[in-house]
Ligand binder design. Sequence first.
Ligand code: ADP
Ligand code: MG
Length: 323
Amino acid sequence: DDVASQIAAGEVVERPASVVKELLENSLDAGARSINIRIEGAGQRLIEVSDDGDGISQGELTLAVARHATSKLRTAEDLFHITTLGFRGEALASIASVSRFSITTRRTGAEVGSHIRVEGGAARPVEGAGGPEGTEVRVEDLFFNVPARLKFLKHDSTERGQIDGLVTRYALAYPQVRFQLWQDNRATLKTSGNGDRREILAQLYGIEIARQLLEVNSDEDGRHMNGFISPVALTRSNRRDITFFINGRWVQSVPLTTALVQAYHTLLMVGRFPLAVVFLNLPPEEVDVNVHPAKAEVRFREPERIFSLVQRGTRRALLAYSP
Ligand code: ADP
Ligand code: MG
């Protein structure tokens, strides 16, 4: 079973940033208003995510780190109406099988908290613990027992950059949540949680660019697009400066990016990329996020409708712009 969970882990946990993503999504699913992330050694030595969300009860803690245990899907039917970020119940088990892992948690209103430690997949008994309401997950020595994985990690600066990019995107998607990211005891991102996305964009891209960004807002039969795009294609940007969120989940979709870029190219110079942060809210049953646990891909029931929503929304924002 060790081998089975390490293989499953390979699917979910490619690199430190994928661990951060899973832990962040769990905190958001738990209704956190404030999330702290501490990274040491580019995530290899330590990834710690603490939140002020619902917490996990003592009785459910062992289950939370077991494979295919999720508290988020009750029926098969739920699979077509996913409203939480997680639903597979394999992230924590996978991460715990390739690290020295622990959770300290206290359920809202509970008198005491609890703690569990898992080392290379082997769970110790749950113990009582102090600590605030909410959950703290610590992942130490990632891939210590999978040397082959360690070899595939990129330079520390690349891994750190991936984590920065990821947390920043989630901070943008959830502006009403306070995010703090510390890399080797240096704060690399702090958001206020006051709901102001432009403030976060300013931290990210600088005040000058943030001020220029155009707001997109577009509605078509219950499908909604909003966000920010640059009025011009920027010389220094590339495909990665185009970010899409669907129903609060960061997705990477070449067709979506292409749809947006095409809308620019019918109006502007070809060959360059805009800066864009786009949030799509779609009826859950029109989106299949069940494609791959970590690759952040997505499938649509009616792709053409979504692409044209993106193109019309983009074009409208650009045409309304007068410098
Ligand atoms: P999934 O998110 O797909 O349900 P995970 O393996 O990521 O699966 O998490 C397993 C379970 O542990 C979740 O369903 C949830 O009940 C609990 N859990 C994990 N992280 C947190 C957290 N930060 N706060 C509260 N509960 C959590
Ligand atoms: Mg999860």
